[in-house]
Design a protein around this ligand. Sequence first.
Ligand SMILES: [Zn+2]
Length: 131
Amino acid sequence: MAEGKFGTCINCMDGRTQEPMIAWMKKGFELDYIDMITEPGPDGILGLRKKELADSIKSRVLISTEKHGSDTIVLVAHADCAGNPVTYEEHLSHLRRGMEYIRSWDLDVDIYGVWIGDETWLPDVVASIER
Ligand SMILES: [Zn+2]
């Protein structure tokens, strides 16, 4: 097992969301490293269960949980998302459904859904599924 405490972030590829998520997760969950799994609009991919991409995300999550011992998974949605250009309400729905999908993988993890708004570009927890 790798040294240090790891967390897992299923984030958008959008460059505006990378540093905020790393800083916020390290501080909020007292983590040393964040395994960053990026796709365009991952809330839409998992929320709508787009199988091929969802399987790819899952395979990377499993490396983070099994090889790095991560027990914290954060799924991110954000404003002005080019990969999943839907309303705020739809993003929240995709986040919740995406989190349920992650739960169905039956991992020993806490799962959080985060929204990043375009006023501050700071993460905000909107839903959680804790063990
Ligand atoms: Zn995006």
